[in-house]
Design a protein around this ligand. Structure first.
Ligand code: AMP
Ligand code: MG
Length: 634
């Protein structure tokens, strides 16, 4: 039996991150992924499976963990690494547990093997890594022994001893280890056990080249285990977001495009009375001829709004207009064009010309009194206004408008009216975002262009968090050198930085910015103009709809690809397309020219986005693909 199959890995990510300003350390961006994803990538090859111990932001950790469990402490109160170890041991399905902290992304890839060898040789309960270090303040002094208790391999059977130790109220790892037989393993490379405690550490490491066996080298490039599938990211976002609570009552005409806050209950039957669906003759179905013909005498006329209240007798009928109340005793309407003959006030009807009960609109067939006419959460469209009006309801309760602040980041951006210096571009994202947010019915707060400068970014985010329910930024979330947005975002809140398995729009920041002035959900979209739109539609829009209290569905329909489309499995690709009706009446789609993520003209030419799903491979000409139309009828 291989060692690997006997070991479960446990990533300790349950701390408060006090030294990093209380940000969630494991989720900090680092070399294109999160710290915890790097630790995961180094631990995974050494163990049968990995669990993560975390106490905050569980969905984000779950995204990294994939199928593996994320385990919060069993005991309360951020009790430190031993509490993480306890839940890890409780869970551990194998004989041995190997721990690694979420903020040490460089540890050796033979950690499990070397610890195990020492443990076995010494018949120990556990083995711990030790290095020799020098005090940076006193480089000439003798090196000292530095134990690394968070890098330990232990028997899962030590759990009762740990429980007993924790019961005494003690919390220190070294203290617990004193109750066990411990093997120490000396590792030469002290730097491999270095951890990242502060944002400065993070930046320093970010700038230095990764060591040779960094996760990038461990994971095959294409498979990119840290890249999050689109649907997973959508789910994680939706799980965290709840609708705004405040509602307001608006006159019907002011409620268009707003989300209904409470069910509309019909106070009446619609229609309120049986009425005619046709211009024709109302009669008693029982009088219709079984064979041959029958002639009916017209005894009166019923108009919409002017009922005829006398009941016809045998072989009598009433001339009736569409919408007029059905006279008493009648149950069928003969459309006038189906009469065999009409002569003055007599109408002749042939057998089988009419089915008894036909051409009536029954009372309550549209809506029953007391029934739900429109469910809460509906975004009110023109038809909804009409329906509500048909119930005689003059005003409705809707959720308040969402306030969404947005700004663009980048030193290269110029505003309209400015001179375009060399190396600069006009800021287009703010215009696109304005359009998409306004269409969504949000109250927009345009915070302009913010330079790639930490202070300016912090001020803009603080300002936005004080004013808005959500903040949308563009640019600065990739790993470019001048992009401080990530750091500032991480400083001001619990923000996760995702590398998404999608194209365009790979990086995305999502989380909550919290300041004394207020808090807001943050969507840090990429900078490229097409990527901004695609990531807005796929992530921000559903989330904003949810905040608005509206049901959020991304509607796709199918169209036949007129040409072959290249597609790599393992990521979702969004291509710009033009959908039209083919000669055979089936919807067909062709791609607009260049698909680069900066090419906005491809977006303006397009009328849809072709969605090529995660697992999908190349598409042949003639194959059906999913498309999402930019403009629906609603
Ligand atoms: P970034 O994600 O900040 O590295 O930006 C990626 C690319 O998008 C760069 O080429 C930027 O110049 C471009 N870009 C970023 N923001 C905007 C914007 N607001 N308008 C137009 N282009 C932008
Ligand atoms: Mg930028």
């Amino acid at each position: 039996m291989s060692l690997k199959s006997k070991v479960t890995g446990l990533i300790l990510a349950g701390g408060r991150g006090t030294r990093m300003g209380r940000v969630d350390k494991g989720l900090q961006p680092f070399r294109g992924a999160t710290l915890v994803a790097h630790v995961m990538a180094r631990l995974s090859p050494q163990v049968a499976s990995v669990a993560i111990n975390a106490n905050r932001n569980l969905p984000q950790y779950q995204a990294v963990a994939g199928e593996s469990p994320v385990l919060p402490d069993f005991i309360d109160g951020f009790a430190g690494p031993l509490a993480g170890l306890q839940i890890g041991l409780q869970f551990c399905p194998t004989e041995l547990l190997l721990t690694a902290p979420c903020d040490s992304p460089f540890f050796p890839l033979d950690l499990a093997e070397r610890l195990h060898a020492a443990m076995a040789a010494q018949g120990a309960d556990m083995a711990m890594a030790v290095t020799m270090e020098r005090d940076p303040e006193q480089p000439d002094a003798a090196p000292f022994r530095q134990p690394h208790p968070v890098f330990s391999l232990m028997k899962a059977s030590v759990l009762p001893q740990l429980d007993a130790y924790l019961d005494t109220g003690a919390r220190r790892m070294e203290g617990f280890f004193k109750t066990l037989k411990v093997a120490e393993v000396m590792f030469d490379d002290a730097a491999a056990f270095g951890n990242i405690n502060t944002l400065e550490d993070l930046h320093r490491h970010e700038r230095t080249a990764p060591p040779p066996a960094a996760p990038a080298a461990v994971a095959p490039r294409d498979a990119d285990p840290a890249a999050l599938p689109v649907d997973e990211a959508q789910r994680l976002i939706c799980e965290r977001i709840a609708p705004v609570e405040a509602t307001e009552t608006l006159p019907l005409l002011a409620a268009l495009d707003r989300a209904l806050a409470a069910d509309i209950i019909s106070p009446i039957n619609v229609p309120a009375y049986d009425n005619s669906a046709m211009d024709g003759y109302a009669l008693r179905g029982a009088d219709l001829p079984a064979q041959g013909t029958a002639t009916f005498k017209v005894i009166g006329i019923a108009y919409a709004g002017h009922p005829f209240t006398q009941a016809p007798q045998q072989n009598e009928c009433v001339r009736i207009m569409t919408g007029a109340a059905i006279p008493p005793g009648c149950d069928s309407v003969l459309p006038q064009e189906l009469a065999a003959a009409i002569d003055g006030d007599s109408v002749t009807i042939a057998a089988n010309a009419l089915r008894a009960g036909a051409n009536l609109r029954r009372a309550g067939e549209d809506l029953k009194a007391g029934g739900i006419a429109i469910a809460a959460g509906k975004l009110l469209r023109p038809a909804d206004l009409g329906l509500i009006a048909s119930l005689g309801i003059p005003s409705v309760s809707v959720r308040r408008k969402l306030r969404v602040a947005f700004f663009s980041t980048g030193d290269e951006l110029r505003s309209l009216g400015d001179k375009l210096d060399t190396g600069c571009v006009y800021d287009s994202n703010r215009y696109t975002l304005f359009g998409m947010l306004t269409r969504l019915g949000c109250e927009v707060i345009d915070l302009g262009v913010v330079r790639d400068d930490p202070q300016a970014l912090e001020a803009a985010l603080r300002d936005a968090a004080g004013k808005a329910d959500a903040i949308i930024t563009s640019g600065g979330v990739s790993e470019g050198a001048a992009d401080y947005t990530r750091d500032i975002m991480a400083l001001l809140g619990d923000v996760a930085f995702w590398k998404l398995a999608m194209r365009p729009g790979r990086p995305l920041a999502f989380g909550k910015v919290q300041t004394e002035q207020g808090s807001a959900w943050l969507f840090g979209l990429p900078g490229n103009p097409v990527a901004v739109m695609v990531s807005f539609y796929m992530f921000a829009r559903p989330a904003l709809l949810r905040m608005m209290g509206a049901e959020a569905k991304l509607q796709t329909l199918q169209a036949r690809a007129t040409e072959a489309i290249r597609k790599r499995p393992g990521r979702t690709e969004y291509q710009r397309g033009i959908v039209s009706t083919g000669a055979d009446g089936v919807a067909q789609v062709r791609l607009t020219g260049a698909q680069g993520s900066g090419i906005l003209s491809s977006m303006t030419e397009a009328n849809c986005i072709v969605v090529l799903h995660h697992a999908q491979a190349n598409v042949d000409a003639g194959q059906m693909v999913d498309v999402m139309l930019f403009d629906g009828l609603t």
